[in-house]
Design a protein around this ligand. Structure first.
Ligand code: NAD
Length: 496
């Protein structure tokens, strides 16, 4: 019998009373790594109550002290980066190098959270009217909650709780049930860095636990990252329950390839961005649009893809790991089969096997060409190592295709022309644009700004937008009488 993963309630790791558990499996071998409990309603209530209590003290802690906690946490995470990456690789399947990247991109957000005093500064204006000054403060909201996906079990929880907590809130995290061991370790290290009791709570589970969060009267905000249908559900249910919600959802990201681009670098970047992490990235490039003569490079893309070999996380030879689960593999295989009747399959990774790991959820690099925009494989987020390509004659046509797509997470143009790049970045209706950069995930001093069907809400993750999401603004208007005669009652709204 494998161990049951604890919940993190009121500063302590405790065994859940829930009888309902799910298995966390190693995607390489199907070995059961642990049981993850589906927290009971009472445990969730207890977590929220403890977070409410902790808020009363935590909100009064001066921002420089909160910043010091984040500095200590970032340092500790760096010290434990490899250990965290190993836990992450074992439960998620990601290669060790990629897992270290997952942890690192999270650490960068913690570093940003350590800048919180300057990020929290309000605005002032003297003499808004004669002898009257105005200024604003931002204040924390209370208990904030986060619901995270399987594909970045370190980075995405770290997008959320460090910024929320640095702003003076307390936080309830519900990580993915598919790789919950990494987030538990993140919580353990947070305590070791000096986090006070109750400031962070981690509960585990699936839909029922998410519903308990969405309807809990004492939770003020919901941050969600995951698939489109769940994102829409979270946004609708969360706002219906009068909460502030930011929901980051799925995507279909296009790379536009101009004939004047650097061919070798374009091909290599395209392959890395499409099949890296087995395509299980919300910013993966899943569609390449070849403009004009660049379509002649499709054979080079195929050759480059053939060089990429999936394998176990701890082998430096592995290009990427297995898919997260057998279910995910079956879903991608079925989409590949559908694709064969919709487009040309130039490279088929359906029958991929990796020596020594017969039970791994393997899918090899897969390439479809001449993919119509009406096809299922174009309209669906495949979330596997599958690249679709299409050819157009002009940049205008490419922009039209991208803008007609309902998603708007990321896109990229590879070109040697400043004019083409400028036109693309200006006209494309996508929130994160790379110019000769395949996966343009912004660093944490900016915000993660997906658009259209890839995001539901107003304020995005990390950066200045996260500070606005996790705080309320209070504006003060102030006057000090100087003596002399009073002016009588002011019966208008005008400041005198
Ligand atoms: P998912 O939607 O299945 O799960 C995300 C979270 O929601 C998990 O914690 C899960 O337990 C919970 N959940 C699942 N079903 C639910 C339901 N019916 N009701 C309430 N909660 C539910 O997503 P996933 O498979 O873990 O992650 C992959 C998806 O996340 C992809 O679509 C990917 O594009 C997206 N993603 C988006 C971003 C972004 O920034 N836009 C980043 C990473 C991943």
């Amino acid at each position: 019998m494998t161990s049951k993963l604890p919940l993190f309630l009121n500063g302590e790791f405790v065994k859940s009373k829930s009888k309902k558990t799910l298995e966390v499996t190693n995607p390489l071998s199907q070995e059961v790594l642990c049981q993850v409990p589906c927290a009971t309603k009472e445990e969730i209530d207890q977590a929220v109550l403890s977070a409410c209590d902790a808020f009363l003290t935590w909100k009064e802690i001066p921002p420089p002290e909160r910043a010091r906690l984040m500095m200590a946490y970032a340092a500790l995470l760096k010290e434990h980066q490899e250990e965290l990456a190993e836990i992450l690789s074992k439960e998620n399947g990601k290669t060790f190098e990629d897992a270290k990247g997952d942890v690192w991109r999270g650490i960068e957000v913690v570093e940003q959270a350590a800048n919180i005093p300057s990020l929290l500064m309000g605005e002032t204006l003297e003499n808004v009217a004669r002898g009257i000054d105005s200024y604003s403060y931002v204040q924390p909201l209370g208990v904030c909650a986060g619901i995270t996906p399987f594909n970045f079990p370190a980075m995405i929880p770290l997008w959320m709780f460090p910024m929320a907590i640095a702003c003076g809130n307390t936080f309830l995290l519900k990580p993915s049930e598919q790789d919950p061991m990494t987030p538990n370790r993140l919580a353990e290290l947070f305590v070791e860095a000096g986090a006070p009791k109750g400031v962070l709570q981690v509960i585990h589970g699936t839909k029922q636990q998410v519903d308990d969060i969405l309807t809990h009267p004492d939770i003020k905000t919901i941050s969600f990252v995951g698939s489109v249908p769940v994102g829409q559900y979270i946004y609708k249910t969360g706002t219906e329950n009068l909460k502030r919600v930011q929901a980051f959802a799925g995507a279909k990201n296009h790379m536009v390839i101009m004939p004047d681009a650097d061919k070798q670098r374009t091909v290599e970047n395209l392959v890395g961005a499409s099949v890296g992490a087995a395509g299980q990235r919300c910013m993966a490039i899943s569609v390449a649009i070849f403009v004009g003569k660049s379509k002649e490079w499709i054979q080079d893309v195929k050759q480059e893809m053939e060089k990429v070999k999936p394998g176990p996380w701890d082998s430096p030879e592995s290009g990427y790991g297995p898919l997260i689960s057998k279910t995910a593999k079956e879903r991608v295989l079925s989409l590949i089969e559908t694709g064969k009747s919709e487009a040309m399959c130039l490279l088929d990774g359906s029958n991929c096997q990796v020596e020594g790991f017969p039970e791994g959820n393997w899918i090899g690099p897969t390439l479809f060409t001449d993919v119509p925009t009406s096809s299922t494989i174009y309209k669906t987020e495949i979330f596997g190592p599958v690249l679709l390509t299409m050819n157009v004659d002009t940049l205008d046509e490419a922009i039209r295709v991208v803008n007609l797509n309902p998603y708007g997470n990321g896109t990229s143009i590879f070109t040697g022309s400043g004019r083409a790049a400028r036109k693309y970045r200006h006209e494309v209706e996508v929130g994160q644009v790379g110019i000769n950069i395949p996966i343009p995930v912004p660093l944490p001093f900016f915000s993660f700004t997906g658009w259209k069907g890839s995001f539901y809400g107003d304020l995005h993750a990390y950066g200045k937008q996260a500070v606005r999401f996790y705080t309320e603004t209070k504006t003060v208007t102030e006057r000090w009488f100087e003596g002399g005669d009073s002016e009588g009652a002011n019966l208008t709204i005008k400041l005198k």
